[in-house]
Structure formats: structure tokens, C-alpha cells
Design a protein around this ligand. Structure first.
Ligand SMILES: [Zn+2]
Length: 345
């Protein structure tokens, strides 16, 4: 029986007269891929053109560059908001170094910020297992609590901008945890497409996809507990996206300490890869679907970010993402998988 998952790649090329080769004709290849779930396309071209730039992390701690940081322990008490008493009677909640607070500039009804560390500048290698476990378990416990208080908001998500190239406005490590009715276009497109696939095939897209990826051995990286790690067939970032799917957890209520442990273990592997690859910045999402469904499992995505250069700090997002809403990636997911896999061995 043929697969229900269609990994469609449109390979194409462009020919020009090359000034580097005495104007001889040169052929450059590129690809357009169609996401097997949502049907949305992504471009793959300009292969290998961008390398992640080294950030001068020490400079972020220097007076003048650092500026005022509300998340540093000495400012936190006076500069950060508190939750209303129905959420946390003490106003904030902490675990280890992690502290969760409301966002002073909320994006949604329940829009929290989780300060991950006491230190202002934390290199990737200094995210210990304990620091990550404390952050994720506190953030997820917050979302579970919000769900009991306000079940009218069906979707939950965690996001993380790490370091300035990712769009992070504050260097001090912090994540966002949202309960929302409007989790964004990507979330909703995936949710609707997952439901449609389930109706058509009476199967869960994500499990089918994992099975197919395991068979193909092109993008499947490995399994930790019941979490499955792979490179994304269509990538949102220049340097390729890594995914983790938890096929036995669907809503925030299903996400246990074991899931958190598996997530953090995989992230630590990715962080070791990022160290070796010179990645200094990334974006992260973790999606939790609504309750009472069995077709849209919790899943995680991480994608590196970089300035194109540190001469004029050109960002790695351009018209493609901002006005065409089309991702462009400069590495092939199959190559990314090959590079990351040894870190999961
Ligand atoms: Zn700080």
C-alpha cells in the first residue's frame, strides 16, 4: 500500500552567464517543497550561503550595551508584574532559578513570561538539564493551572526567542507561555489539516509521518522515550528546523513530567550540536492542541537564527518571510539530519 504521506519536491534550476567563469553558462539548482500536512510551500536554495555568526556574548553584560534588565534578580521584584491572586496568591511562582510572571505587554488573555535563569547572559552550553527541567515544568504547570481556571481558551503554547538574532528583545533567557483562542496561522493550519487527514484516513497524520520517516531514514533522527526527533521536510529558518513529536500527548493536560524529561534530553542533544555548529541563537515553539481530540499531538520545533553578518547586522528574515509568507532554507533537511544524528546516538 502506498504511503498516505506525500513528500513532494519540485526540483528546478536557473541558468545565467557567470561573471566568475568568463560568462560561461552556469546552472544553479533550487527546490520547492510542499508540506505533506498543510500543503504550504517552502523554498530551498542558495545552499550553504549563510553560516551562523559568532556573537560576542561577553559584551551583552557590559554597561552601556546591557542597559536596564527587568529580569535580573536585583530588579525583578520592583520591575516585573505579578499575577492576580486567582492565579498565584503570591503573585509569581518559582522553581529553581525559573520564575514565571505575567507579560507587562500581553499578547493574549494569558500571556506569561518565564525567566529561566538568575544569570543575564547564558551561553547555550550553560543550559543544564536542571535549568531546562525547572523552566519547562514550571511553564507547563502554569498552563495546566490556567486551563483549570479558564477552559474557554482551548490552545496552549510555549515560545522562546534566544539571543538578539532571534528577535529576542532582552538577552536574559526567557520563554513565553500562552493560553489562547488564537495561537497563530501555523498552529491553526496544522490543526485543521490534522483533523482533515484523520477524517479521510481514520489515522493520525503525525504517527503515519513518523512511520514513513523511520522507513525512509532521510530525516528521522531518533527516539527518546515516546518522543520522536526529526528534521523538518519544510523548514521555516535559513539553517533548517528540527522537530519533536509526542504522539501520545495531545493537550496540555496530557503532557507529563516524562514528556518534559524526554523533551529536555533531546534539546540538550540539539544544544550540543548547535555548539559544534556555531549556532548562537534560535526560535522555539511547543504546541499543545485542544482536549478531546486524538489527531493533533503536542510537538516542538527549533530553528537557528543568525545575523547575516556582524558588520551591519542584516537579519536572516527578508521579503520571503515578511511579505510573501514563504519560508526559505539554505540547507537540505536530509543533510541537517545527517549532522544532528550522531548527537542522538
Ligand atoms: Zn538580566
Amino acid at each position: 500500500m502506498s504511503s498516505k504521506i506525500d513528500f513532494q519536491i519540485i526540483k528546478s534550476e536557473s541558468v545565467f552567464l557567470d561573471p566568475r567563469k568568463s560568462y560561461e553558462p552556469t546552472t544553479m539548482e533550487f527546490q520547492v517543497r510542499v508540506d505533506p500536512l498543510t500543503g504550504r510551500t517552502g523554498h530551498f536554495s542558495h545552499f550553504g550561503a549563510v553560516k551562523p555568526q559568532k556573537l560576542d556574548l561577553e559584551s551583552y553584560d557590559q554597561t552601556g550595551i546591557k542597559g536596564f534588565c527587568p529580569f535580573c534578580p536585583k530588579n525583578r521584584e520592583k520591575a516585573t508584574p505579578k499575577f492576580t491572586k486567582d492565579i498565584f496568591t503570591a503573585g509569581r511562582s518559582s522553581r529553581g532559578e525559573a520564575t514565571i510572571i505575567p507579560n507587562l505587554f500581553p499578547y493574549d488573555v494569558h500571556s506569561s513570561v518565564l525567566i529561566m535563569t538568575d544569570e543575564h547572559v547564558v551561553p547555550i552550553r550553560n543550559f543544564s538539564k536542571q535549568r531546562l527541567l525547572d523552566a519547562f515544568s514550571l511553564g507547563i504547570e502554569f498552563l495546566k493551572k490556567i486551563h483549570t481556571i479558564d477552559s474557554s481558551l482551548p490552545y496552549h503554547l510555549m515560545t522562546w526567542n534566544y539571543m538578539p538574532p532571534s528577535g529576542g528583545g532582552i538577552v536574559h533567557p526567557h520563554q513565553q507561555y500562552f493560553a489562547t483562542a488564537y495561537p497563530g496561522n501555523q498552529f491553526m493550519d496544522e490543526l485543521r489539516a490534522s483533523e482533515k487527514f484523520h477524517q479521510q484516513h481514520d489515522k493520525m497524520f503525525w504517527l503515519e509521518c513518523i512511520g514513513e520517516e523511520q522507513k525512509r531514514e532521510e530525516r528521522y533522527i531518533g527516539q527518546i522515550g515516546n518522543s520522536h526527533w526529526l528534521s523538518s521536510f519544510v523548514c521555516f529558518g535559513f539553517l533548517g528546523d528540527l522537530l519533536c513529536v509526542f504522539p501520545d500527548a495531545f493537550s496540555i493536560d496530557d503532557f507529563t513530567d516524562t514528556h518534559i524529561d524526554n523533551l529536555v534530553s533531546g534539546m540538550l542533544n540539539i544544544f550540543r550540536y548547535y555548539e559544534s555548529a556555531g549556532v548562537y541563537s534560535f526560535n522555539v515553539s511547543l504546541f499543545f492542541g485542544p482536549v478531546e481530540q486524538n489527531f493533533f499531538p503536542c510537538h516542538f520545533r527549533i530553528t537557528p537564527r543568525t545575523f547575516l553578518n556582524i558588520r551591519d547586522f542584516a537579519p536572516d528574515m527578508n521579503f520571503f518571510q515578511t511579505v510573501l509568507a514563504e519560508p526559505i532554507c539554505l540547507v537540505l533537511p536530509e543533510e541537517l539530519c545527517r549532522e544532528v544524528k550522531p548527537f542522538f546516538a
